[in-house]
Design a protein around this ligand. Structure first.
Ligand SMILES: Nc1ncnc2c1ncn2[C@@H]1O[C@H](COP(=O)(O)OP(=O)(O)OP(=O)(O)O)[C@@H](O)[C@H]1O
Length: 374
């Protein structure tokens, strides 16, 4: 069994509907039950802040601070395995400003990406239900989050590409067509954009290999995933050729992009195509239940890949997942989680959904922003 990194303490201050909350955890799976609106999702959202970005709800800072709180919020965690602590928040530690700050072992991190050196967090939430039928942007973000777990430099790469693209868009919209300025930005976009596409391709190929390995034993349908949109047809072309091609295209399309007010083609428009392999059908055409099962299969494969690449099982957050599975699939989910080996946080309104976990679960009841061992 690979060494696990798990939360031993979680403390919240003025986070969502929690004025104060404190949990002592012992490494078992954490089960949170309670009525609708009690604060179960809020609690695991706090755990999702242990990954770069804005957490599983992509919430703005102002949304997570408890309504009426005198200052900012704080999320404090202690982790076994990294022997240290991670604190995220602002205001309450006397820090100036309103940005979200990350402190690792008491020292402010230069960027949230540093969290990936310590812990990886993966989640599945009801808001992801429409992933296959929803916007390409959501699928691209999901894909890029998966890439981060195998390649922590990916976040910076995407941010730098987008910054260069915004600068190019600004120049074009203002009709400032100075070739030297535009060429410099397009050069950056070509290098970063191709690196983005290659990192995505690598992730999908690793994930596909892993899904093929475990397909026979999985009760969840195997998703077939591929890159769609820009660079999808690039196959195994060398990076240098792709860069040349993209740079030439950007130069050629300056007037078209100026008219549109934005860069129309590029890896910022790529996304992920998912098919139900056994049915040979686009995931978007599958039934709601089949889509949920496909997504669960994808998230579990990603968890296994993260474990293989980082050397530690990820912390896994399953919001309202158990309630949508029949008894057999629920048991299979618990088995899969046990195989992966990391700490899982699971929510549901009904404690009986989790009875099969037995002594592997640490149970809490959540009621109106208060949490008690159950
Ligand atoms: N910034 C905030 N300040 C105070 N309360 C908030 C804030 N943001 C959200 N809430 C409240 O937190 C409550 C609990 O939300 P949460 O999503 O955690 O519920 P839940 O227990 O997961 O419920 P469900 O079973 O319905 O999904 C909601 O009633 C919401 O109004």
């Amino acid at each position: 069994m690979l060494p696990s990194i798990f939360l031993t303490a979680l403390k919240l201050t003025d986070f969502r509907n929690y004025p104060q909350a404190s949990l002592v955890l012992d490494g078992r799976h954490v089960v949170l039950t309670g009525n609708n609106g009690s604060g179960k999702t809020n609690l695991i959202e706090a755990v999702s802040f242990l990954s770069p970005g804005r957490g599983m709800r992509r919430a703005a800072y102002g949304q997570v601070v408890r309504k009426g709180a005198p200052a900012g919020f704080a999320v404090f965690t202690e982790l076994e395995g990294m022997e240290g602590s991670v604190a995220i928040g602002t205001g309450t530690d006397g820090a100036e400003g309103t940005g979200r700050k990350v402190r690792i072992n008491g020292t402010q991190a230069a960027s949230g990406d540093e969290l990936l050196d310590h812990v990886r967090v993966i989640w599945l939430t009801p808001s992801m239900d429409g992933l296959f039928t929803g916007s390409a942007g959501d699928r691209r973000r999901f894909l890029d989050r998966m890439v981060l777990s195998i390649d922590p430099a990916h976040g910076r790469r995407v941010a730098d590409f987008e910054r260069a693209m915004r600068s190019r868009n600004r120049l074009l919209s203002e009709r400032r067509m100075e070739p030297a300025w535009l060429s410099g930005l397009e050069e950056q976009m070509a290098g970063l954009g191709v690196a983005m596409a290659l990192a995505r391709r690598e992730l999908l190929s690793l994930l596909t290999g892993l899904i093929a390995e475990s397909e026979a034993s999985s009760p969840f349908p195997a998703p077939e995933i591929a890159l769609a949109g820009f660079f999808a047809d690039a196959a195994d072309a060398p990076a240098i050729d792709l860069e040349d091609r993209y740079r030439a295209m950007l130069e050629e399309e300056r007037f078209r992009d100026a008219a549109a007010g934005r860069t129309l083609d590029g890896p910022h428009r790529s996304e992920m195509a998912v098919r139900h392999a056994q049915k040979d059908m686009d995931a978007a055409l599958c039934s709601t239940g089949e889509q949920k099962a496909l997504l669960l299969g994808l998230v579990l494969a990603h968890a296994r890949l993260t474990r293989r690449v980082s050397g530690h099982p990820p912390v896994m957050l399953f919001d309202e997942v158990a309630a949508h599975l029949d008894e057999g699939r629920r048991a299979a989910l618990f088995d899969r989680i046990a195989e992966i080996g990391g700490q899982a946080f699971m929510t549901g309104t009904d404690r009986s959904l989790f009875e099969a976990l037995g002594a592997d679960g640490q149970f809490f009841n959540v009621s109106d922003g208060r949490i008690q061992a159950d």
